[in-house]
Design a protein around this ligand. Structure first.
Ligand code: CMP
Length: 136
């Protein structure tokens, strides 16, 4: 059965010029793009997206970072797309991420880890609605 996940190439990934690389890995894996857009997030959207982290000490930094430049938001679809993309992304901490994953290949710092992927079916539904309400 097919499912959908929200993927972000965060502002560090856009700045580094790895959007094509990330899209290419998604497509090579066999996942399909359902929506894709370059945009700069308003603070309210960023705060809603990262709501579960609002009490963390790095929340302000996280919102500053994710709103600090254009990002690429995508909806990606396929069998077990949530888990499949998280495997392509690698561990949240890029130093621990296996080489061959996006974070393992392109990042060093946890706060600038190139990509985001929804972590569950519930968060995928919530995040897709927030970024692409028209897909609802
Ligand atoms: P992401 O998958 O987008 O979801 C939450 C983000 O918080 C995570 O990726 C990291 O980029 C970020 N994050 C997690 N831990 C820290 C930390 N200790 N300092 C700064 N950012 C963090």
């Amino acid at each position: 059965m097919s499912e959908r996940t929200l993927v972000l190439v965060k502002p560090d990934g856009v700045r580094r010029g790895v959007v094509g690389e990330v899209v290419s890995r998604i497509e090579r894996k066999g996942l399909k793009l359902v929506a894709l857009e370059l945009r700069t997030l308003p603070r309210e959207t960023a705060e809603a997206h990262y709501g579960e982290h609002s009490s963390k000490p790095f929340f302000g930094e996280l919102v500053d970072f994710i709103t600090g430049g254009p990002l690429v938001a995508m909806v990606v679809e396929g069998p077990r797309a949530i888990e499949a993309f998280r495997a392509l992304a690698g561990a949240t901490d890029p130093v621990k991420a296996t080489p061959g994953t996006v974070r393992g290949d392109f990042a060093l710092e946890i706060g600038e880890n190139i990509v985001h992927g929804s972590d569950s079916t519930d968060s995928a539904a919530r995040e897709i609605k927030l970024f692409f309400p028209e897909l609802g």
